[in-house]
Design a protein around this ligand. Structure first.
Ligand code: ATP
Length: 236
């Protein structure tokens, strides 16, 4: 069985059904991306997996156990961490305190070495350990949000639009970091509007439109697909 299996997932808010019965899977060690236009339901799908939005129906299986009825902190403790859209930094806490919040459920002795690993990925954070999170630039806050999620030692990292609002150079940095994180052993489910970059680094990809999956394939296949190129890569 795959590391994560989602089947028949339906989720929404009040009268709105944002995700309408999707199936997807993520194998251990993969980078899988979910692309689609504004309002397609990408963030809702991630929120349902991490337990922030309670699914209306469907099954979510992680490491052979059903998780769709668990609370978010229980899902984190099983090894799923989410980097939310908009980053969710604690503005008054320092960079170091923000990172330690990511490890709040851990009781092991590896927290300091893991902080060092985050500093290796993002040297910029190491230079700013005492600075309040709210005073970081947008790109630095994104690094901090990813670093904080890594401090939970996730088996599966859920990333919601990590490139949003960043300069092209920082987008490159964030995407190459995502590849390094996979090399260090985490599996990644990535939601992105920047379809071009996402398809370049993804092993497999799904296209979500109006709450339904309309296309799936390898990153390379979808990157070559005419309808994807027209809809998401801005080609005529
Ligand atoms: P974007 O790329 O613009 O973030 P998305 O694909 O991630 O879009 P979602 O954020 O999942 O889309 O939103 C799907 C639908 O659910 C949209 O119609 C949105 O207006 C609605 N929605 C999202 N969050 C809420 C909420 N908290 N309350 C009510 N409706 C919501």
């Amino acid at each position: 069985m795959a590391l994560l299996e989602v089947s028949g997932l339906v989720a929404g808010y009040g009268a709105i059904t944002a995700v309408k019965g999707i199936n997807l899977r993520v194998e251990r060690g993969e980078i899988v991306t979910l692309i689609g236009s504004n309002g397609a339901g990408k963030s809702t799908a991630l929120r349902a997996i991490s337990g922030i939005v309670r699914p209306r129906s469907g099954q979510i299986t992680f490491q052979d156990a059903r998780i769709e009825r668990l609370a978010p902190h229980q899902i984190v403790s099983r090894g799923v961490s989410q980097v939310p859209e908009g980053r969710g930094i604690f503005h008054r806490l320092s960079v170091r305190e923000n990172l330690l919040m990511g490890a709040y459920q851990r009781r092991d002795a590896e927290i300091e070495p893991d902080l060092e690993r985050v500093y290796d990925l993002f040297p910029r954070l190491k230079e700013r350990l005492g600075q309040p999170g709210g005073t970081l630039s947008g790109g630095e806050q994104q690094m901090l949000a990813i670093g904080r999620a890594l401090m939970a030692r996730p088996t599966l990292l859920l990333l919601d639009e990590p490139s949003m609002g960043l300069s092209p150079l920082l987008v490159e940095t964030i995407f190459s970091t995502i590849t390094s994180i996979r090399e260090q052993g985490s599996t990644i489910l990535l939601v992105e509007q920047n379809a071009l970059m996402a398809l370049e680094i993804a092993d497999r990809a799904y296209v979500l439109e109006s709450g339904a999956i309309t296309l799936e394939g390898t990153g390379a296949e979808l990157g070559r697909d005419d309808s994807v190129r027209r809809a998401y890569l801005g080609e005529e």
